[in-house]
Design a protein around this ligand. Structure first.
Ligand SMILES: C[S@@+](CC[C@H](N)C(=O)[O-])C[C@H]1O[C@@H](n2cnc3c(N)ncnc32)[C@H](O)[C@@H]1O
Length: 334
């Protein structure tokens, strides 16, 4: 059924999405933004799935932990469509392992790890439909369109909800990047690590209580935390600051009960989470491209031969722009 997959393996550094999905989130939405994949987005997807007859083969590209493929699975189950569902992602993915609480839906989908949209492991004209949410714009657009053309059957349809340069998701993403840069510039975790060491020395009786170095490092941590706190209270989306401060305060909490190694584990985890988030937000900003990118993708799709092209802004609560929906069709034989 599948042609041999010849895509290049990602090295660990490039697989930051794989690391993210392995931790088990369902979606990639910026925390705290309640849109999630309910409401407007869900309705648009159900509408897209509704046009396919029973037993259609559908593919979700850039699927991550399969949020959209699972919507298709739910739809198929409720409407007795018996779709054959596939989810593919360039990153290493394994939703069976990372999403245990959705086991039944996940089991009804075949997932393809390390499968780029530009080089899909399927035969020609295999699918009646291809979907992708916050996915297509991450690809090399021209190459991905040619590959979609190849795997779609004549009359097959595709639908992509894509990031928009001026959307709320991007505004929040850029704010997270700004916060992460500030946390790194102020060297928050380095300061907490120094304090952890000073406190440990005092606890072990190897340094005098309240010595000058300890007081200096305590002062430095308090100073940075106060700055981050002020930034958090004035930000419309303070998730990254909260996350960073959370790991910092947990490190100091566990120091007393579990010792220096456990405290250092917390700062190491905080650093790792922020580094991963930085890569994902940078990727988001790159994928969203400049203003007008969606229109350029429509023009490329037309050049590729797709017809019935439509581009519509997607708005949360009818007012907040959260992306652009592209729909298109590979023309039939007639
Ligand atoms: C923002 S996430 C969206 C995931 C999922 N569609 C969702 O809505 O939760 C983008 C995903 O696209 C994947 N991706 C990036 N470039 C890709 C490519 N060229 N081919 C296939 N997937 C790609 C990433 O690995 C990542 O999992």
């Amino acid at each position: 059924m599948f042609s041999a997959y010849t895509g290049r393996m990602l090295n660990e550094e490039q697989d930051f999405w794989g690391e993210y999905w392995a931790a088990g989130p369902l979606t990639s939405m910026v925390d705290g933004f309640e849109t999630n994949y309910q409401g407007e987005l869900r309705d648009r997807w159900l509408q897209f799935f509704s046009v396919f007859p029973a037993r259609s083969r559908l593919l979700d590209i850039g699927t991550g932990n399969g949020a959209i493929a699972m919507l298709a699975a739910e739809y198929s189950r409720n409407e007795q469509r018996d779709f054959e569902l596939h989810g593919a992602d360039r990153a290493s993915i394994d939703p069976r392992r990372s999403l245990k609480e959705k086991a039944e839906l996940v089991a009804s989908i075949t997932f393809h790890s390390q499968a780029s949209a530009e080089n899909l492991p399927f035969e020609d004209q295999w699918f009646a439909g291809v979907s992708g949410q916050y996915a297509f714009e991450y690809t090399r657009h021209g190459a991905a369109l040619a590959e979609l053309w190849r795997v779609l059957e004549p009359d097959g349809r595709a639908c992509f909800i894509m990031h928009d340069h001026d959307s709320e998701v991007l505004r929040r993403g850029r704010e997270q990047l700004r916060q992460i840069e500030l946390i790194e510039k102020l060297k928050f975790y380095a300061a907490v690590d120094v304090l952890i060491e000073q406190i440990s020395l005092m606890n072990e009786g190897r340094a005098a209580a309240g010595n000058e170095d300890a007081e200096k490092s305590r002062h430095r941590v308090n100073e940075i935390a106060a700055r981050l706190g002020t930034e958090a209270s004035s930000s419309f989306s303070p998730e990254s600051l909260r996350l960073a401060m959370g790991f910092g305060s947990r490190a100091l909490e566990v120091l007393g009960s579990r010792g220096m190694a456990s405290a250092r584990e917390q700062t190491a985890r905080g650093r790792k989470e922020l580094a991963g988030a930085r890569l994902r937000y940078e990727d988001l900003a790159r994928a969203a491209g400049p203003a007008g990118q969606s229109e350029a993708i429509v023009a490329l799709a037309r050049e590729q031969g797709f017809v019935d092209l439509a581009l519509e802004p997607v708005k949360h609560d009818r007012s907040v722009l959260i992306g652009q929906q592209l729909t298109m069709q590979r023309p039939g034989k007639g």
